[in-house]
Design a binder for this molecule. Structure first.
Ligand code: ZN
Length: 649
């Protein structure tokens, strides 16, 4: 981990206008800066950056955050990567905290593997262009396949000559650790302990991480050879983890972002041919079914995935297996089948880029509907098989569980019911049945496991939820949560200001809420984290806590600091009405927030107590409960009186 000291140095230096300005053209307007939003298409700027709050917000698409989250969103960096980018920019030396010996070993091995791969790539490229056999055999083969030199360089293609150990000798001569070399898959150990080349007489396709570093290789045989596999790939090692790799993602990411669509093909050569034709938003999965990691990688850039496979490919069946997972992750998946035994590579070479694009646009078929049609065709007139199909499609549709995808699910139900010639309401019921089963299964699972705070999802952002989706209980909960969020807002905003001569606002809030705990786990966690920073003298504020190393806490702080707050807006109006708007209203804000929160909690306690009174069996209990009732009522009256005073003052 990067040390807190380094993070402190970085955050001291950050200038959000400078960081965002690197990627967005900003103009000053008043105290803020505005520009065209980099996250959605717009002609009039609604993307606003506030240098004083160190926050950006787009009033068009709603994206918001600070410098770090901007880099994470815009450049798809991880948290640590973003910090490293900032450190490099401000010439800050990164100090890392102690890592365990195992971690150290892992990092060292990974670094060595990168260095070996980097060396090997240069070796392969030079073999391809600078040797006679490379040019005669490999380069001429690539040219025959239609690749020009520019694209060969862009994808850093290379050639491993047809000799026993040319690469192995070069690696040994450069004193790379001989024990690590077999891990890279570039060489293998023979019986006589000699290292020999593994990719003899093959075209080499380097595979890049998102940072551009080479994590492994695919090696394709030249010409036909029935005794050898067509492709050999790097074996799994510390940096090559197959389930996380999408070939071409490094070269395609900007284009995917821009097109808001990712094309998925099967092979390396499909990716390269499409690039050469100017279609750059394309990646390859290697023809296996998509993994969750790969789906999440795509979702970093877009929600729209178009799978382009050749019609008879076994890959189509494989891809179909990944469908339910893609739906759960909220991807819109479409499918295009290339006709006549062509693959994307040969097809784009045959018809050219614009005809290829037209064909894709014309033939895009929704994946769910495609799957249903395939299943229906297979079922034919068999009634029992058709009922299996109905159940399967209902289960698939039940996986669409994100609230924002509700309309999408309704659309699917309508279309599928039509294709199946069954009643729409019936299908809806069946889908809901699967949904309930899934939820109760998850609940059982959750109950059997000890809940872990770190695994809890962040609270839903209530501002974005359409009212009618929420039932009454959720709405009540939302209200409670809103009050809790408000407590944290005032804490973050005013906590370090003084309440009176001896105490801060934070001290006041802590003592007033001593007997309560926040009911939303994520908010309680932030509250406790604030308290612990405060008690250690770390000066928690919105700005400092925006750089907390826990992502959940960072996101909460952003959402608390950016969104206008319903509750506080209400009393802003009250205060405005009394012409005290220009005075510092922080104290009133804190008082009202704390008291409204307490009032709400006490009212709930009174209700609960009243229910207990109704059901009290023993006289003794009854008397105790009445005492509690009186105590709570007194507290309620006192708070109401205080609130009244605040407003009148
Ligand atoms: Zn926007």
């Amino acid at each position: 981990m990067i040390s807190p000291n380094t993070i402190q140095q970085i955050t001291n230096r950050i200038d959000i206008i400078d960081i965002v300005g690197e990627f967005v053209k900003l103009k000053k307007r008043g105290t803020n800066y505005i520009g065209n939003c980099p996250f959605h298409n717009e002609k009039t700027p609604s993307f606003t950056v506030s240098p004083s709050k160190e926050i950006f917000k787009c009033f068009g698409c709603g994206k918001s955050g600070n410098s770090i989250t901007f880099l994470m969103e815009h450049e798809k960096y991880g948290y640590v990567e973003a910090l490293k980018w900032l450190a490099a920019r401000y010439n800050i030396e990164i100090e890392e905290t102690e890592t365990s010996p195992e971690q150290k070993q892992l990092i060292q091995t990974a670094d060595s593997l990168y260095i070996i791969n980097n060396f090997a790539q240069k070796f392969f490229t030079s073999q391809l262009f600078d040797t006679e056999t490379g040019r005669n055999i490999a380069l001429s083969y690539l040219r025959e396949r239609g690749f020009n030199e520019e694209i060969i360089h862009k994808f850093q293609l290379g050639y491993n000559p047809d000799s026993r150990d040319t690469l192995a000798q070069a690696l040994i001569a450069n004193q790379f650790n001989p024990e690590l070399l077999p891990k890279t898959g570039l060489v293998v150990v023979r019986n006589d302990d000699q290292l020999v080349d593994n990719y003899r007489n093959r075209i080499i396709f380097p595979i890049h991480a998102n940072t551009g570093k080479i994590i492994g290789f695919g090696a394709r045989i030249i010409g036909k050879n029935d005794r050898a596999p067509k492709y050999i790939n790097t074996p799994e090692n510390e940096i090559y983890i197959k389930s996380r790799i999408l070939y071409g993602a490094y070269q395609a990411r900007a284009a995917i972002d821009k097109a808001d669509e990712c094309l998925l093909v099967e092979g390396y050569t499909d990716v390269i041919s499409l690039h050469q034709a100017g279609i750059e938003n394309v990646v390859a999965s290697g023809g296996t079914s998509l993994t969750t990691d790969q789906i999440r990688l795509i979702r970093k850039y877009t929600n729209n995935l178009t799978i382009i496979y050749d019609g008879d490919s076994a890959g189509v069946k494989a891809a179909l297996r990944g469908l339910d997972m893609a739906l759960e992750e909220g991807l819109n998946v479409r499918l295009v089948l290339i006709p006549d035994n062509e693959d994307p590579d040969s097809y784009v070479n045959k018809v050219g880029a614009s005809a290829f694009n037209d064909f894709v646009a014309r033939s895009k078929k929704d994946f769910v509907i495609f799957q249903l049609e395939v299943m229906l065709k297979e079922a034919g007139n068999d009634v029992s098989r058709k009922s299996t199909v109905v159940n399967q499609i209902a289960e698939t549709l039940s996986k669409i569980s994100k609230a924002e995808d509700f309309t999408k699910q309704q659309d699917y139900i309508r279309q599928c019911a039509g294709l199946l010639r069954i009643d729409e309401a019936g299908l809806t019921n069946l889908v809901n049945k699967y949904k309930r089963e899934k939820i109760s299964k998850e609940e059982r699972k959750a109950q059997s496991q000890q809940p872990d705070l770190d695994d809890m999802p962040p609270p839903p952002d209530m501002m974005g939820q359409p009212e009618d989706v929420l039932d009454d209980t959720t709405r009540l909960l939302a209200q409670d949560e809103a009050h809790e969020r408000n407590i944290l807002r005032v804490l973050l905003e005013y906590g370090l200001r003084s309440w009176d001569e001896t105490t801060n606002m934070a001290d006041y809030i802590f003592s007033e809420l001593e007997h309560f705990h926040l009911e939303t786990p994520a908010l309680e966690k932030l509250y406790e984290e604030y308290r612990s920073w405060y008690q250690q003298g770390l000066e928690p504020t919105i700005k400092s806590m925006l750089y907390h190393d826990n992502e959940e806490i960072r996101n909460l702080v952003v959402s608390l600091s950016v969104f206008p707050f319903e509750l506080s807006q209400n009393w802003d109006e009250v205060l405005e009405g009394m012409n005290i708007v220009n005075r510092d209203t922080s104290k009133q804000d804190v008082l009202m927030s704390v008291n409204y929160y307490k009032l709400r909690r006490i009212k709930k306690m009174i209700e609960e107590n009243q229910r207990d009174i109704e059901h009290a069996a023993v006289d003794d209990d009854f008397k105790k409960l009445l005492d509690v009732h009186k105590y709570l009522k007194d507290a309620e009256r006192e708070i109401t009186r205080q609130l009244g005073t605040v407003i009148i003052k």
